[in-house]
Design a protein around this ligand. Structure first.
Ligand code: SF4
Length: 321
């Protein structure tokens, strides 16, 4: 199991979320949960695209407008101020340090940093279909990078989902993005230790990915398949893990104990999973009970699975699921 001493993971963040006074009105949007809780595990790399292109603070607000030649970002008072290219170039210029990140937390609603549902103006009418220009180029350059908005991190399921994606993306880089002669072997191991986690998101898609991996070595070059695997893995992890899917995974794990547990222990496990299913217990309870049983009755596949060996930050979040 990983410990609290595990090195912090580099994650990009909109500067205003860390309390930097970089907003158009000279204020900030400090998020104490991000700073104090996630900050224990993530090494934040803060960046404000609007400051980086020299807009200064305070400044006139900018907004996204739909023009005949595409989306522009212009001043709300002086529409001649067009920072479309500057904001996109700002993301492009940061590619080098972006490539060292394992996640990014963006400020919602911003015409620069917003990940989705940003106001896009058609004349005086607006709809929430825009994407901040800095964020758009960041996500285009790094389509597998876990990205989330601070507003959505208030939802326990989305929060756990984002953190899990960051942790798995980091593991991917540590284990698969290193020169080795044993690439296929490592990818098979990576898949095996994450299989139960993938099942909690979508069992059918996880099986398809597993089959593709099983069939691949005979016909595909490793480097090509590895990129294909990652491009399937990250969207799969983005699917919300439901309580029902977790129950299926817990029952699957329970099956490995059918010859090891006595009647009372089996009954206790069944009841614990049932209570979790009904929403009467958090996920940490059946997981802790299973971990206890597998310490006494080890099974190599289950004991190695990350599902039962969460990172400390995940362990904390399982109390809320
Ligand atoms: S949302 Fe982005 S551009 Fe706006 S102040 Fe925050 S970091 Fe700067």
């Amino acid at each position: 199991m990983q410990t609290a001493e595990t090195p912090k993971i580099p994650v990009g963040i909109s500067s205003c979320l860390l309390g930097e006074r970089v907003r158009f009105d000279g204020g900030h949007k400090r998020n104490t949960y991000i700073m104090h809780t996630l900050g224990q595990f993530f090494e934040f790399e803060a960046y404000c695209p609007e400051m980086s292109i020299g807009l200064g603070t305070p400044r006139q607000p900018i907004r996204l407008v739909s023009e005949a030649d595409g989306t522009h970002c212009v001043g709300t008072r002086d529409t001649k101020l067009d920072v479309t290219e500057a904001l996109t170039a700002s993301a492009e210029d940061q590619k080098s340090w972006h490539s060292q990140l394992f996640g990014y937390i963006l400020k919602k609603d911003s015409p620069s940093c917003g990940m989705e549902r940003v106001k896009l103006y058609h004349g005086e009418h607006c709809e929430r279909t825009g994407v901040g220009l800095y964020a758009a180029r960041l996500m285009e350059n790094f389509p597998n990078l876990p990205v989330e908005e601070e507003g959505r991190l208030g939802d326990p399921v989305l929060r756990e989902n984002f953190i899990q994606r960051v942790l798995i993306y980091k593991r991917w880089h540590d284990e698969l993005e290193v020169p080795t002669d044993a690439g296929w072997e490592q990818l098979h191991r990576f898949h095996a230790v994450h299989k139960l986690t993938l099942y909690s998101h979508n069992q059918a898609q996880a099986r398809v990915l597993g089959r593709a991996l099983a069939d691949a070595p005979a016909s595909e070059e490793f480097a090509t398949f590895k990129q294909h695997y990652l491009s399937e893995l990250m969207p799969l992890l983005k699917i919300r893990a439901t309580r029902g899917n977790h129950v299926n995974v817990l029952q699957h794990i329970q099956g490995y104990l059918k010859h090891q547990l006595d009647k009372d222990d089996k009954q206790e496990l069944v009841e614990t999973i049932t209570h979790y299913h009904r929403g009467e217990l958090p996920l940490i309870v059946p997981i802790t009970l299973l971990r206890h049983h597998f310490r006494r009755h080890p099974h190599p596949y289950i004991n190695d699975a990350h599902y039962l060996n969460p990172h400390p930050v995940e362990l904390m979040l399982l109390n809320q699921l």
